[in-house]
Design a protein around this ligand. Structure first.
Ligand code: HEC
Length: 107
């Protein structure tokens, strides 16, 4: 499964790129597809997703929170500092896209 992950993300990114429109940057669109694939099992990661895990903050909450700016959010994702949130071994480019997506997201 891990071996094909890069390919899946590349495919999702290509799809997201072609669907990009209306004020959404390519980074944000790629970030959203990564979030839906890798984060939505626990987090409510996109508008329209009805359920995540109860005790996990939604991406809308994380985006609005003063706790993280772009740099600290990227640092968190590179090495999640606690045990309940898994380290997903994201690449720097995936992290950049996720930060763009989470920070830009409006409720
Ligand atoms: C297996 C479940 C799980 C997955 C998958 C997961 N997370 Fe988390 N995440 C958590 C939990 C649980 C917390 C809260 C940890 C805590 O508060 O101690 C958390 C916390 C966070 C926080 C910090 C929120 C805060 O206010 O402290 C960020 C940012 C975050 N996750 C981003 C992501 C991103 C981006 C992804 C996908 C790449 C992701 N998570 C995938 C379970 C998950």
């Amino acid at each position: 499964m891990y071996r094909i992950r890069g390919l899946q993300i590349a495919t999702a990114a290509t799809l997201a790129l072609t669907m990009t429109g209306e004020g959404v940057t390519a980074d944000q669109a790629r970030g959203r597809s990564i979030a839906e694939r890798w984060c939505s099992g626990c987090h409510v990661a996109a508008p329209g997703q009805l359920q995540g895990s109860d005790t996990v903050p939604t991406f809308a909450q994380i985006g609005k929170s003063d706790k993280f700016d772009e740099a600290s959010l990227a640092a968190f994702l590179a090495a999640p500092p606690h045990s309940r949130m898994p380290n997903l071994s994201l690449t720097r480019s995936e992290i950049k896209d996720l930060v763009a997506y989470i920070k830009a997201k409006q409720p």
